[in-house]
Design a binder for this molecule. Structure first.
Ligand SMILES: [Zn+2]
Length: 236
């Protein structure tokens, strides 16, 4: 095993990549294996792909990309046979706006050789998603855009429990961060972000495990605290 995977619920896992502490989520069912975000480079993707085979006995069949930042999407080049799902903005980022994505990645210290190898292999997502439910076989996931926040297209993945005693798991993308304050940039919608977190809390409920785009798994109380922090920032 290359990476350290946490088990959040039966057949629901996540790891934190060492470069930028990006979350990669994994949900597997009887027939399909879904990855949530995929890192930046082909070497990260290869490690993830090998670990997934070890964890699940099969390859990644489906990949959801939460938003258009390079650290969540460029590794998709390493999952050539997977069905790709993303918001429309990610499809643009991987095609007509790939130059902007590359510049952003260089700014954050990505090795240009690794970067260009990944960019050479990226492809257009197969499905542009606003809301969808995917059946993985004995496990389903719900995809939804809860509203603008970190970007104008943050897609979240909700994994409901399949049995008594299990907890809902919510992969939050960068709508929630634990290892640093939420990343507010020129493209963020600070005024709308708290409502997006209200919707996220509605989707997951009080007992869910919320998985940030960067950082440790948190609970509903933490997400509410981050919502209040963002609301206070937007009033300031
Ligand atoms: Zn981001």
């Amino acid at each position: 095993m290359h990476l350290l995977w946490e088990t959040l619920s039966p057949r629901v896992h996540r790891c934190r990549l060492s470069f930028l502490d990006v979350t990669v989520g994994l949900v597997h069912g009887d027939h399909r294996t879904l990855l949530i975000d995929c890192g930046t480079t082909l070497s990260e993707a290869a490690q993830i792909a090998e670990d997934v085979v070890e964890l699940t006995g099969g390859a990644v069949t489906d990949l959801v990309m939460t938003h258009h930042h390079f650290d969540h999407i460029l590794g998709s080049a390493g999952f050539g046979t997977a069905v790709l799902y993303s918001p429309a903005a990610v499809a643009r980022a991987l095609t007509s706006r790939i130059g902007d994505v590359r510049a952003h990645a260089v700014q954050y210290g990505t090795d240009p050789v690794h970067l260009d190898a990944a960019i050479a292999g990226v492809r257009v997502p197969d499905h542009v998603v606003t809301v969808a439910d995917l059946d993985l076989g004995g496990r389903s996931v719900h995809l939804e855009l809860p509203g603008p926040g970190h970007t104008d297209h943050d897609l979240v993945v909700v994994v409901p429990p399949t049995g008594a005693g299990e907890r809902t798991v919510v992969f939050c993308g960068d709508l929630v961060e634990e290892s640093a304050d939420p990343a507010i940039t020129a493209e963020s919608d600070l005024a709308a972000w708290p409502q997006a977190l209200d919707r996220l809390l509605e989707l997951g409920g009080e007992d869910a495990r919320y998985v940030p785009g960067h950082g440790a798994v948190v609970d509903a109380k933490f997400v509410r605290g981050q919502r209040d922090w963002l609301a206070a920032r937007s009033m300031a």
